[in-house]
Design a protein around this ligand. Sequence first.
Ligand code: 3IX
Length: 215
Amino acid sequence: MSEIENGHGLKRRREAITGLGDALRLLIEQATATEAPTEELLRAAELIRRAAAPLGERVRGRFETAAADDLLGGVRLYNPVTGAGSAFAPPLEIHRDGDGAVGTCTLGRAFEGPPSFAHGGVSAMLLDQMLGYAAGAAGHPGMTVRLDTGYRRPVPLYTPLRLTARVAGIDGRRVTVTGTITTAAEPGDVLVEATGVFVALRAEQARRLFGPVLG
Ligand SMILES: CCCCC/C=C\C/C=C\C/C=C\C/C=C\CCCC(=O)SCCNC(=O)CCNC(=O)[C@H](O)C(C)(C)COP(=O)(O)OP(=O)(O)OC[C@H]1O[C@@H](n2cnc3c(N)ncnc32)[C@H](O)[C@@H]1OP(=O)(O)O
């Protein structure tokens, strides 16, 4: 895409993608929490359809990476967990922390399962991302082949959360990673814990699965 060939264009596009993501997340939060009059819902649906139309005029195919992404550099703006451009992502922010990783996010209404608490599948999604990141950061990137989650306490909405992950063991191509979700305010009180197994791909597997994307 010619408009982002120089570094300035790329920076501007990433900022624009983040701005659109922020707007979409606001929309999802308001649309999920709203008790506005029915007429307002009908009007909003029409407006949103109109806003979406020009975005659909130029789209990428299934095996095409977003122009603003850097797949091998780890920039995935539309990742459904961490992507600043994803309407669906909280987004979860992850950083390295010693030999592990720490993440932060706050979940809004759209992630509700039991009333006022997060859906269990959302907790598993956050932890999968955390554990996968920690495996990669430790130099052992792989795909999840197993994820066990233990739900000790419900995860509250609208509450800053703290997530952790750390490699627990390496056995050939298999890496075992453990992680937790707590609130930021009470990091000693584990709400959800997880153990995941990640498998490093053999070259032939990577080619088979990602060949069409990597070209
Ligand atoms: C360019 C992209 C490259 C992709 C690399 C990935 C990560 C990128 C790096 C950094 C990441 C940074 C952040 C990542 C954040 C989040 C990560 C989210 C990850 C996901 O969200 S990813 C989606 C869900 N994930 C899948 O979609 C996997 C589906 N799966 C398969 O595609 C196959 O499963 C495959 C090809 C993985 C393995 O192929 P296969 O199954 O034929 O296994 P294979 O023969 O290769 O053996 C391997 C050894 O793993 C053992 N093993 C197998 N299954 C097991 C299980 N369930 N439990 C315990 N051990 C198991 C075997 O027993 C054997 O162990 P052993 O060698 O000791 O016998």
